[in-house]
Each structure stands twice: as structure tokens, then as C-alpha cells.
Design a protein. Structure first.
Length: 179
């Protein structure tokens, strides 16, 4: 089992990097797309359609599912690519309403991935480099993403920061090596 964390800003190239890692891992890939597919505006629906088309046809895509714990037990021996953590967090913040409860779900999910020896690549947005938001809800979400990213980086074996399409290794080996 290995955990790789790929983090960067919007349109930094983090998803492309994570997908390239998954293609080269030599494992069957389960792609967990964390954007809910219901009630999307036309632009988001088009994004989802393009993402589906761009993925290799032999990858298993899982949509509208947010339970790392149960999913981990179902995919042992394969690589889980989660794209992206920030949408997963938004889903659970809406459901749970409390930052600590969402972080607890993330900790449980990471423990399940390790227990089931799932190799995982998790993509996340860095949202804390800008100004402090004015709304308390937006601040709570920004804080949640920051704390979740710190947790992921601590737990990960390999961490890359993607800047303008260039991966910068900030933890682990110089190259991604799945277990």
C-alpha cells in the first residue's frame, strides 16, 4: 500500500499528473470522481462528460459515491485515484455540517485504505494561498481543506506540489513508485 498526494492550484495540471502516475503504476485503476453528477449546470455537465471521455476505457469509474471505508474493502489490489479531495470534503461538509466530523470521516477513510492495502493517489486543490474569505461558511470550508491537506500530506508516502504543470516533489522519493 502506498499513498500519494498531489496538490496544486486550479488548472495547475494536478489531475493530469495523477492520471499519468496511475497509467504507469501497472495496477488496475478505480477512478473515484467526487463531483456529484445530479443537478449540474450545463457547463459542469459538459466538464463531467469530457472527463469521462478522456479516461482510459479500461479504468473503472465510480461516481456519486463518497464512502472511502466501504470502497476500500471492495478494491483491494487495485489503485484508487481520487479526484478530487476538495469536492469530497464539500460533499461531507454539506452532509455533516461540522468540520471535525468531516475530518473524522477522512481519518477513517485513510485507515481503511491502509487496512485493505489499497494503493491510492489523491488529488486536492490548494485553496489557502489567497485572501481570507468574508463569509463564515467559506472560511470554514477553506480551513477544512487546509486541515485535510495537512492530514493527507502527513499520511502520504509521496507528496507532489504541481505548479504550472511542473511537479515538485515535497515528500518521498524523487519519483512516484507505487507499491
Amino acid at each position: 500500500m502506498s499513498l500519494t498526494f498531489v496538490v496544486g492550484g486550479s488548472r495547475s495540471g494536478k489531475s493530469s499528473r495523477a492520471e499519468a502516475m496511475a497509467r504507469g503504476a501497472g495496477l488496475g485503476v478505480v477512478y473515484l470522481a467526487t463531483c456529484r453528477t445530479q443537478d449540474m449546470d450545463p457547463e459542469m455537465a459538459e466538464r463531467i462528460r469530457r472527463h469521462r471521455e478522456d479516461r482510459p476505457s479500461h479504468w473503472v469509474t465510480v461516481e456519486d459515491r463518497f464512502d472511502f471505508v466501504n470502497l476500500a474493502g471492495e478494491i483491494s489490489g487495485r489503485l484508487l485515484l481520487v479526484d478530487c479531495l476538495t469536492l469530497w470534503l464539500a460533499h461531507w461538509l454539506e452532509v455533516e455540517g461540522e468540520v471535525d466530523a468531516v475530518l473524522g470521516r477522512l481519518k477513517e477513510g485513510l485507515a481503511a485504505l491502509r487496512a485493505h492495502r489499497v494503493t491510492a493517489i489523491v488529488v486536492s486543490n490548494e485553496v489557502g494561498c489567497g485572501i481570507v474569505p468574508l463569509g463564515s461558511g467559506t472560511r470554514a470550508y477553506r480551513d477544512l481543506v487546509g486541515w485535510a491537506n495537512q492530514l493527507m500530506a502527513r499520511e502520504a508516502d509521496h507528496v507532489e506540489w504541481i505548479v504550472a504543470g511542473i511537479p515538485v516533489v515535497i515528500k518521498g522519493a524523487d519519483r512516484f513508485r507505487p507499491s
